[in-house]
Design a protein around this ligand. Structure first.
Ligand SMILES: [Zn+2]
Ligand SMILES: [Zn+2]
Length: 431
């Protein structure tokens, strides 16, 4: 009995996760994308709805994951001494230095989350490929996939590896190991699998309908703004994109019948939580920049480096592009996130109707690029593991790195807690 749904010719009713606009979307062919009519957020991608390609990509990703973790990532050679380092040794070096919080962060974002995302995708798609009913664990797997995906940072870790190679060139001879290519291959396979399977496509493949309740018919937009899901009395599941009629009793919090996520018209406590996490990040930003993040010891001597003094050393060594990259990732990106979130929170507080589309774009920008600040944390983990050449040269991590890691986590959580639909709610109040 075939269990995956063929592409339907009927238009799809969808609500935008960023502005709540309710819209009829045309059926898309493979390679096409639908953007929100109001804020231009990508809503879903056309797919062949065939599970073979994503399953093949996930299996390739898992195979490359095993290779990436069983071979050295980098080789370092100095004065006849050779040092090799694996991903787990990078984590272990941080544990041994007493920075267990940072070690856990690196372990989770570079290794566990990418692995769990691939495994969750495989467990969800395998029954579809075998033309069987979805697994009994489909609901928790869908939730796990939704919550883990933002923390899977193989792309940022790969950038950290490339920066480590460039940075170490003035210290020793560095060459990439087979694991580096495998890790990069795993990143490509995972990205391609995600591209073919978004939340909407996954739900269609698992033969889960768009809604369990009759949905309203939309008339052609005659108002300046299309109606929102909230105005139409609908709730959108953030995990699987299902639309469900909101219950009449306001105290009753429904759960999504497909994935089990709690459904809310707006994220609960969004503004207060975002303020709290953002202020935490702002406070941690000071020690993250004032305390040393690492110390390079050569022939028994070395001074601790803060983020800024590390950038200064890169400039002195003529590594301008690298200095700029670290400056943007470690100084500019966290600061921009704090400034943009403050601006968005204040504009909502003032119920400002000013340029909502542009403000939503700002939010999408920090949502998409915020985690790239982790590159400095990954770089420290890689350097600490590989530069262990005794009296010749050693790199030790500093406590500033832990504070910096906490800044990245706090700003990511603040971005996650912020509900951009509140930007658009002010327009309804002004209308
Ligand atoms: Zn939108
Ligand atoms: Zn759901």
């Amino acid at each position: 009995m075939p269990t995956f749904a063929p592409p339907s010719a009927a238009p799809l009713l969808a609500a935008c996760p960023h502005c709540d606009a309710l819209q009829q979307l045309p059926p898309l062919t493979h390679g096409q994308s639908a953007l929100c009519v109001r804020c231009a957020t990508p809503l879903y991608h056309g797919s062949t709805y065939a599970p073979l390609l994503p399953v093949a990509l996930v299996l390739t990703g898992l195979l490359l994951f095993v290779i990436a973790n069983s071979h050295p990532l980098l080789y370092l050679e100095l004065a006849g001494r050779m040092q090799a380092s694996t991903l787990l040794e990078g984590v272990s070096a941080l544990f041994q230095s007493g920075l267990w919080l940072m070690a856990l962060l690196v372990l989770f974002t570079s290794l566990l989350a990418p692995l769990l995302v691939l495994l969750a995708l495989l467990c969800l798609l395998w029954p579809v490929l075998r033309q069987r009913s979805p697994s009994h664990a489909a609901a928790p797997l869908m939730r796990a996939l939704h919550h883990l995906s933002p923390w899977s940072m193989s792309g940022v870790y790969t950038l950290g590896l490339v920066i480590a190679i460039v940075k170490l060139r003035d210290l020793a001879f560095v060459s990439p190991g087979i694991a580096l290519y495998a890790y990069f291959g795993m990143l490509l396979a995972t990205t391609a699998a995600h591209r073919t399977i978004d939340a909407h496509t996954l739900r269609r493949m698992l033969t889960l309908p768009n809604s369990h309740t009759p949905l309203p018919r939309l008339t052609p937009a005659s108002k300046p703004l299309p109606p929102t899901a909230h105005q139409a009395g609908l709730l959108r599941c953030a995990c699987c994109t299902l639309l469900l009629r909101a219950p009449t009793e306001s105290h009753f919090q429904p759960a999504c019948p497909h994935c089990g996520s709690r459904l809310h018209a707006r994220k609960p406590g969004s503004l207060a939580l975002t303020w709290a996490l953002m202020l935490t990040a702002a406070l941690l930003y000071l020690p993250a920049n004032l305390l040393p993040i690492m110390t390079v010891i050569r022939f028994g001597q070395g001074d601790p480096d803060t983020i800024l003094s590390g950038i200064q050393h890169l400039i002195e060594n003529g590594l301008w592009p690298l200095a700029l990259l670290i400056f943007y990732a470690s100084i500019v990106v966290p600061l921009m996130k704090l400034i943009i979130l403050t601006f968005l929170l204040l504009s909502i507080r003032r119920r400002s109707p000013w340029r909502p589309k542009e403000r939503t774009t700002l939010y999408r920008l920090i949502e998409a690029f915020g985690h790239w600040s982790m590159v400095d944390i990954f770089l420290i983990s890689i350097l600490t593991a590989i530069v262990q050449l005794g009296t010749l040269s050693t790199i030790e991590p500093g406590t500033g790195a832990t504070f910096f890691g906490l800044v990245v986590i706090s700003t990511m959580l603040a971005t996650h807690c912020f509900d951009p639909r509140l930007i658009w709610d002010a327009l309804e109040q002004h209308a």
